[in-house]
Design a protein around this ligand. Sequence first.
Ligand SMILES: *Cc1c(COP(=O)(O)O)cnc(C)c1O
Length: 376
Amino acid sequence: MIPFNKPPLTGNEQQYVLQAMQSSKISGDGQFTQKCHQWFEKELGCKKALLTTSCTHALEMAAILIDIQEGDEVIMPSYTFVSTANAFVLRGAKIVFVDIRPDTMNIDETLIEQSVTDKTKAIVPVHYAGVSCEMDLIMDIANRHNLFVIEDAAQGMMSTYKGKPLGTIGHLGTFSFHETKNYTSGGEGGLLIINDERFIDRAEIIREKGTNRSLFFRGMVDKYSWVDIGSSYLPNELSAAYLWGQLEKADEINQDRLETWQYYYENLKDLEDKGFIVLPSTPNECVHNAHMFYIKVKDLKERTDILKFLVDNGVLAVFHYVPLHSSEAGLKFGELSNNKYTTKESERLIRLPIWHKITQKECQNVIDVLLKFYVI
Ligand SMILES: *Cc1c(COP(=O)(O)O)cnc(C)c1O
């Protein structure tokens, strides 16, 4: 059976995790966390990078930082992971879902402005499959209406929009290092990217259970105490050490995934040319990171048939995101008024197996099963 995903492992992770274990500091913000922070601040060119226990938690920190209050409205696509919405719902927000574009499955930027009301506080673009949303227009809308932009760049590490790394364009950005993402900190992990420096001091406090502990360690206050709301959002050193092993090989991992992506694309092109499937498309201003390789088929019924055919032929492919607006919690906390594409396009999508070091033979195997399904 060809699995859907294998977590990336490049070789140095074991050694760094062992090193972290043998050091006298295994709680957060030790040597490996510092190394990771510096790497992100340099590579992304952001004001501040803070490792978190997950992207979910980085999003929760963002919701606290922009001071979401009961009744505030937050705009986002319905076609996303639950955490994008949950983080804001936890603070009392109402979620205003906006339809997606069928070409990228990202929020349709041309529909955002008509959803802005005097209660709107933020826009949360989700960079699906590591392909950027149309950020120039989104930032322009946000600036004109005085809104915050939180980029859910969970899937977007190493991707760019007009040359800018994803996560560095909005006021805040978030990455995920879950085992299914391109880079992992040992299964679970995330990052908060701070581009608006007004948020830095408070972010450090929220991440440290609402205390000014980081100022204390830097000698800037003489004792540390409870100063704000917060939670335990900093990861342990073992996670940071694991991630460090991958950051050192960031380009290599990216390159390998891009080659796999290209192989799928070239070898499935014929199925697209014959009108059976639709392949992913990338707008000119976007450079993606091959986070995902998906195809879109005719409809829900055909997708169900193909997923079964793939499993019967030894391939585990998956679909995802039942749109949030149609879920039990989504009906309670949000609303999608215009649904031209969200449901229809999400029901057509299949994610093919992809991971760091998947072999060409394994990809060909997946491709062959698809060709066999369509009998060409
Ligand atoms: C993976 C993912 C998340 C959640 O990441 P965790 O690190 O598992 O909390 C949030 N948003 C999107 C778009 C994701 O793909």
